[in-house]
Ligand binder design. Structure first.
Ligand code: MRU
Length: 391
């Protein structure tokens, strides 16, 4: 994996593809907010590793798997369609296994696989693979922009919005999901306040959402995950707005970063509207029950440890690599599920590019929500499994 430093330009995507070198270009999210580092993955295995290790994370962004698939396909040498097919299946399996809970990468790769069937030769299929991956990325960015427009009426001057994890620009090809209405409302002069949760154990709220909001000039306050109850009890939250990794189109269950269910229960207790913002690729039309959703369990070290930069004056003066320190008693067993599931009765609305729907309306509205395009997508894939912590 090649790395490089440069500050992201406004509108620059954190995930893109360089066709000339056949590399996927990723903003290394493990380094933020301490330093801006770009990483160029040399082959599909490196792209799969980058997804697993959370160099790139967030459901729509890890649809970078589609670029990884195109990258693997383009690296094939030869003309034999049989061997080519076996190679494609190998690449697909490796990328699918990288993060099992989000459905977006599975959807994105299914589109690539469907597109290449139209090619008669290996070369034609290579070209179709890249075109399909690019098409998915552009559409995903456009959908985030569109859902931002749909969600704009929810954001009023003077209100306080609570968000969790990072469902921002970094988690998507562009705009973000939960942040898209916030960015648009801010651009249009509305003044509001955002509370972002720290989001242990990986701290996506503290490291990424806070960084994004600060760069956008949006007023915000970072809180510990455990402060949400008091914040709501004191009447300081008007709206909860989160993203999702998989919404079941048949039942309306919402899978999102661990702790989302806690927020939904608290919001319900305090009568606060709870909205989930998603592009259409986050809708899973296959699964019939939330018990079928694979919940990724990650390395116990994520809970035992914390990552950051030292606070010494010398270290502060220079950009420095984050380090991992142990916080917990090292011999205590740990359980580290990365996602939870919020039942539909706790969700006020699902904000999509096609409008805002009650979770139990999704199935009846499926034609407007891209069901026909996605019906051929892969079904449930991985069982729950463990992943190593990133270095
Ligand atoms: O483990 P992560 O950081 O990939 O989890 C991300 C989330 O849970 C986001 O809320 C979700 O992907 C929606 S992002 C638009």
């Amino acid at each position: 994996m090649k790395t490089g430093r440069s500050t992201p330009r406004s509108g620059e995507r954190s995930v893109s593809f360089d066709a000339a070198t056949n590399r996927v270009r990723l903003l290394d999210q493990r380094q933020l907010p301490h330093q801006v580092l770009w990483l160029h993955t040399a082959d599909y295995r490196a792209t799969a590793r980058a997804i697993r290790d959370m160099v790139v994370r967030g459901a729509p962004a890890i649809a970078a798997a589609a670029y990884g698939l195109a990258q693997g396909i383009r690296a094939f040498r030869g003309r034999d369609l049989g061997k080519f097919g076996a190679h494609v299946r190998r690449v697909h399996r490796a990328l699918l296994a990288a993060r099992p809970t989000a459905v977006d990468p599975a959807r994105a790769m299914e589109e690539v696989l469907a597109a290449i069937r139209a090619g008669h030769t290996v070369e034609e299929r290579k070209a179709l693979a890249l075109a399909a991956a690019e098409e998915f990325a552009h559409r995903s960015a456009a959908e985030c922009r569109a859902l931002g427009e749909q969600g704009l009426p929810l954001i009023r001057t003077g209100m306080s919005v609570l968000t969790h994890c990072n469902a921002g620009r970094l988690a998507c090809v562009d705009y973000g999901t939960a942040t898209a209405p916030l960015y648009l409302a801010h651009e249009r002069g509305r003044r509001f306040h955002v509370y972002c949760t720290e989001t242990r154990p990986r701290s996506q709220g503290a490291a990424l959402t806070a960084w994004e909001l600060a760069r956008a000039g949006i007023a915000h306050t970072l809180i510990a995950d455990t402060a949400v109850g008091l914040l709501m009890q004191q009447g300081r939250v008007d709206l909860v707005l989160v993203g999702s990794d998989r919404v079941l189109g048949r039942t309306g269950h919402v899978t999102n970063k661990i702790g989302t269910y806690n927020l939904a229960v608290l919001a319900h207790r305090h009568g606060i509207p709870f909205y989930v913002a998603i592009p259409l690729s986050t809708l899973d039309w296959d699964l019939k029950s939330p018990s079928q959703i694979p919940i990724e369990e990650r390395d116990p070290a994520e809970v035992r440890c914390a990552r950051g930069v030292p606070l010494t004056r010398a270290a502060r003066a220079t950009v420095c690599e984050p380090v991992t320190v142990r916080v917990a008693n090292p011999t205590s067993p740990v359980w580290n599920p990365a996602f939870d599931i919020t039942p539909p009765e706790l969700v006020t609305g699902v904000l999509t590019p096609a409008g805002i729907f009650k979770p139990n309306e999704l199935w009846s509205q499926r034609r407007r929500l891209g069901y026909d395009r996605m019906i051929s997508a892969a079904g449930p894939h991985q069982a729950t499994r463990r992943f190593p912590v990133s270095g």
